[in-house]
Write a protein that binds this ligand. Structure first.
Ligand code: NAD
Length: 246
């Protein structure tokens, strides 16, 4: 049985999709959530889930602001028990069409900001004797994609980061894992789902025959954040309806 009672977590990307579903589930399981949204118009989505003084509107690539938000949250919550780096972007571009600016921006949001979040939260987690970090990778970090080389590189980077930090922090009882979702029905895949041809092709390639729901990924994240996964570290947990089993 998963319980997050008396535990506090810092999340990025809480304003929509997987981050929002995770914030809601953590709260339902008795935990407290602090974290980031990208735009003020996302504040309404987290109303009733995250206290206004624990909700920070910022760009995750602004490292000083991210660090300040983490320190403020940790101070207000008297420590942190874990973090989940849910903010991310995808741009469907071939590598030939990927300008340097796109390449750097995708890596900055998906990989660098996740690294900076881990660095910012680590001192608070170390003080805690038993904590958990969860990165969000992707199926595309494992198998590649014809039109998402930068995204694939950022997510493959996340896998290496999670495994390496798991080794680094095991002695401090901080577990570090990544979740690698397949196609999930969130705003990120809205354009694809609205294109009947692309939607059918993608869906037909998933053995379970459907897109996943944000809540199905939140379940995995909450499990990894909880003591129910106390012997799991350094893993990339794939939740993709069987896609990478083929
Ligand atoms: P989403 O678009 O709903 O969520 C992404 C969130 O990140 C948004 O709330 C957005 O505001 C935030 N964000 C993006 N750039 C930001 C920035 N610079 N600063 C602050 N916040 C920023 O999509 P989602 O599906 O919930 O994505 C969550 C994570 O799951 C991402 O890392 C994504 O790569 C990963 N993922 C999604 C899928 C999928 O099919 N939806 C599959 C595999 C992995």
């Amino acid at each position: 049985m998963i319980s997050l009672v008396n535990k506090s977590f810092f999340l990025t990307g809480m304003g929509s999709g997987i981050g929002l579903a995770t914030a809601r589930l953590i709260t339902n399981l008795g935990g407290t959530v602090a974290g980031t949204i990208e735009h003020q118009d996302q504040a309404q989505a987290v109303e009733g889930i995250v206290a206004p003084n624990l909700c920070f509107c910022l760009d995750v690539t602004d490292t000083p602001s991210l660090q300040k938000a983490v320190n403020t949250a940790a101070h207000q919550l008297q420590g942190l028990d874990g973090m989940a780096a849910c903010a991310g972007v995808i741009k469907l571009l071939t590598s030939a069409d990927t300008e340097t600016e796109d390449w750097l921006r995708i890596l900055d949001i998906n990989l660098n900001a996740a690294f900076q979040l881990a660095r910012a939260t680590t001192p608070h987690l170390k003080a805690n004797n038993g904590a958990s970090m969860v990165f969000i990778s992707s199926q595309i970090g494992l198998v590649g994609h014809r039109r998402a080389a930068a995204y694939a590189a950022s997510k493959a980077g996340i896998n290496g980061l999670a495994r390496s930090m798991a080794l680094e922090w095991a002695g401090d009882n901080i577990r570090v894992n990544a979740v690698a979702p397949g196609p999930i029905a969130t705003p990120m895949t809205e354009a694809t789902r609205n294109d009947p041809q692309r939607f059918k092709t993608l869906q037909d390639g998933i053995p379970l025959g459907r897109f996943g729901e944000a809540e199905e990924i939140a379940n995995v994240i909450a499990f990894l954040l909880s003591d129910a996964s106390s012997f799991i570290t350094g893993q990339v947990i794939v939740a993709d309806g069987g896609f990478t089993a083929q």
